[in-house]
Ligand binder design. Structure first.
Ligand SMILES: [Zn+2]
Length: 378
């Protein structure tokens, strides 16, 4: 029986009230999956995919085909959904604090290690159960100091119970691509192939505590803190799914993505049914530190020379920045070249660019010396 749970956020000011809704299906013995959409609230393709997925799961539930448990949060960020300036929706950063909504999720590894130290045994599943219970207690014990902190607390409290966590986003002007925790690759190859990802980017720790990595990384952190005497498996597979670009808000695309997610759930024993043959993958997984993030050296008008999805070579011109005030013809255009061989999977949607702004991403195969430290954009 489907349930919808409403969780209220701590109001940011008197007279306001926001909440998130969780659609929960099943509850059987199969795996548990948690899916949320549009944590960056301006990334509407994700929200539309979640709507289509809810329709599919409603049908599956009515037909008694949910064999595990699925939780869908169709709007993961009502704070960002309500933000705008001069008619422009701004959903990546909280306007009140400047914080990126998909960073700063709470790392409980050290506190959790203290809680479970000396209590783990030889049974891996039992250890995972104990860790989840204590982790849930730690999250519940937090006293949120802001509306955003209460949002993070709610989302974490529900996602940490899952075996699979999928965080749906979109990315400027882009093709379907995934960020995936390296510890569970190639376990996620079916997800990547099913969605038709053109760039599946693996990282152990991108930095900044984005939502998906909190759930994928805590197991390795606990092993590092507690040693290997008791088994602690990588119990959560987590990924960020970039549902193309911000303007790709289309029922046709979203319905296709939702169908792909449903087939993935079938393959994982969460929903009963025949998913058919797994599509051929559109890419091999590649390291996140092999992604060349192109930046503009000067400001101006951005003109692309290469289409999304193109295979490019080290040294190729990807775009030019046009300075419309340059009087010297030789200075009117500044080329932006890639430094790797790979696939151009993301471009900038707005074509005005300032110096230092990123304006494209090429998924290469060889880690780049320039890609050290925090691997995600701010
Ligand atoms: Zn995002």
């Amino acid at each position: 029986m489907k349930t919808v749970e409403r969780l209220a956020l701590l109001p940011s000011s008197p007279g306001t009230a926001r909440h998130i809704a969780l659609h929960r299906y099943g509850g059987g013995s199969g795996p548990k999956v948690y899916v949320q959409a549009s944590l960056h609230a301006n990334e509407l393709p994700a929200m539309l995919v979640a709507q289509h997925l809810i329709d599919l799961l409603d049908d599956a539930e009515a037909a008694g085909r949910i064999t595990g448990e699925v939780v869908v949060v169709p709007v993961a960020n009502p704070i960002g959904l309500g933000q705008g300036v001069d008619g422009v929706h701004l959903g990546r950063y909280e306007l009140a604090t400047g914080q990126n909504f998909n960073r700063g999720f709470f790392d409980h590894a050290a506190a959790l290690a203290e809680r479970v130290k000396g209590r783990l045994g030889t049974d891996a599943a039992g250890n995972v159960g104990l860790i989840r219970r204590e982790w849930a207690a730690l999250v519940a014990e937090r006293t949120p100091s802001s509306e955003l902190a209460s949002l993070r607390q709610h989302l974490m409290s529900r996602a940490l119970a899952a075996d699979i966590v999928l965080d749906l986003h979109s990315a400027d002007d882009a093709l379907m691509h995934l960020y995936f925790g390296a510890a569970r690759w190639p376990d996620g190859a079916d997800l990547s192939a099913e969605l038709g990802s053109v760039a599946t980017l693996l990282a152990v720790d991108s930095g900044g505590e984005p939502f998906d990595e909190v759930f994928g990384n805590i197991w390795a952190k606990l092993r590092a803190l507690l040693g290997n005497d008791s088994p602690i498996p990588d119990a959560i597979m987590s990924a960020t799914v970039e549902c193309r670009g911000h303007a790709d808000v289309s029922d046709e695309l979203a319905a296709g993505d939702a169908q792909a997610l449903l087939r993935f759930l079938m393959r994982r024993g969460v929903v009963a049914g025949d998913p058919g043959k797994l599509p051929a993958p559109r890419c091999d997984a590649t390291p996140l530190d092999a992604v060349d993030i192109l930046t503009a050296p000067v400001g101006g008008c951005l003109v692309y020379k290469v289409a999304l999805g193109a295979s490019v070579r080290d040294g190729d011109i990807i775009a030019e920045v046009v300075d419309p005030l340059a009087e010297d013809p030789s200075r009117r255009r500044t080329a932006i070249r890639t430094t790797t061989d790979g696939i151009l999977y993301q471009r900038k949607l707005l074509r005005q660019v300032r110096p230092g702004q990123s304006c494209g991403k090429v998924a290469g195969t060889k880690p780049l010396p320039s890609r050290q430290g925090v691997l995600l954009e701010p």
